[in-house]
Design a protein around this ligand. Structure first.
Ligand code: SF4
Ligand code: SF4
Length: 360
């Protein structure tokens, strides 16, 4: 099936290097080393092609994108072509001076990940000494520069009791948006699944807190809620649908339909150094494989909800059933649905395993 139109967004994973070691990281367990990363010239060329292709926004991510010394040049390349730039950062080792330079280069928005609302939880997860204080300082710098701020709070068993505090924290930091994002289990998060999955009662309490806050803070704080797949009845339309309006470029230049697509064995990914971006968007074999609806099996194939959720996540279907064309097991209509719920209930009832911290 042909591409439905030009892509809207790109998640650009500029590097896998990161000063933090979060066990919930969605990066692959086999992390790419610095010597495999694309050069500045290649990224500039790719972003120029992206602008020509009609891309409206680029999310600069990683790993930690500020570890790339050329970040200002990459932001400027996009900004000069009127592409909206969002920096997704862990917010440590990030000075006011560096942020000012990024703003001068045209940076539009900062998304700051916060692992906990206390130093203790933040350091337990990120393994970065003084991480919480540094993140708070970064948030203040972002707002002092007049840049819009999103606080991103990945939620799991070890911080689900802090959801109400995350809301207060986002308000105190003058954030525009808070993303309460229940961890999605790919990469390192999948490896640490048994240590991270929360209990149903805590998930239910969290939903109540978020719903009340959304009502109470209308017009004050925008709260996005990424619901937990393992206790869901229906799946989310991952990335808005496979190769529908966005894609991911990883540090070595492979172009993926979603950040976890490399976990599906047998897919072949094109690289930006081998083909023009437009050709990859239109005809990449990996993009074509699950684009549209032709590939679907039952019960998705004849389901009235298929345009809403596009059958959910291919990576989760592959991880749980061994076949990426199956219905996402987060769906109550999947014959594998109970597997997710059972894994979550068993894991959350047991003493959590020790973390395997993310390391290159
Ligand atoms: S999740 Fe943690 S370890 Fe992974 S890239 Fe983000 S800050 Fe770094
Ligand atoms: S059967 Fe497929 S299309 Fe229908 S709700 Fe479930 S995942 Fe969505």
């Amino acid at each position: 099936m042909a591409a439905p139109g030009p892509p809207i967004g790109i998640l650009a994973e500029l590097t896998h290097r990161c000063p933090l070691q979060c066990p919930y990281c969605s990066n692959p367990v086999a992390l790419l080393k610095a010597n495999t990363e694309l050069s500045t010239e290649t990224w500039v060329d790719v972003f120029t092609q992206a602008a020509d292709l009609g891309v409206l926004q680029v999310h600069m991510s990683g790993g930690e994108p500020t570890l790339r010394r050329d970040l200002e040049e990459l932001v400027r390349t996009l900004s000069e072509r009127r592409v909206y730039t969002n920096l997704i950062t862990a917010g440590v080792n990030l000075s006011l001076e560096r942020l000012s330079k990024l703003k001068e280069a045209g940076l539009d928005h900062v998304q700051l990940s916060v692992q906990g609302t206390t130093a203790e939880v933040t350091e337990l997860i990120g393994k970065h000494k003084n991480g919480f204080a540094e993140k708070m300082q970064t948030a203040k710098h972002v707002r002092a520069l007049g840049l819009p701020l999103t606080v991103n709070a990945p939620i799991h068993r070890h911080n689900i009791h802090q959801v109400a505090d995350f809301i207060e924290l986002a308000l105190s930091l003058d954030a525009d948006r808070l993303e309460i994002a229940n961890v999605q289990y790919y990469g390192w998060a999948y490896l640490n699944r048994a240590a991270l999955l929360p209990a149903l009662k805590d998930v239910e309490r969290q939903v109540e807190i978020v719903e009340n806050a959304r009502e109470r803070l209308k017009g004050v704080l925008n709260i996005d809620f990424v619901t937990p797949d393992y206790y869901a009845d229906y799946p989310k339309p991952c990335m808005g649908g496979w190769a529908q309006d966005a894609f991911v470029i990883v540090p070595d230049g492979k172009v993926l339909p979603c950040h976890a697509a490399q976990t599906i064995t047998g897919l072949r990914f094109d690289r930006v150094v081998e083909k023009p971006l437009a050709e990859i968007w239109e005809a990449s074999a990996a993009f074509e494989k699950y684009r549209g609806f032709e590939w679907m099996t039952e019960p998705c194939k004849s389901c009235p909800r298929r345009e809403l959720d596009r059958g959910g996540c291919r990576c989760q279907a592959f991880a749980v059933t061994g076949d990426a064309a199956q219905t996402d097991p987060a769906c109550i209509l999947s014959p594998h649905h109970d597997k997710l719920r059972n894994v979550a209930e068993t894991a959350s009832a047991n003493t959590p395993d020790a973390f395997s911290y993310r390391r290159i």
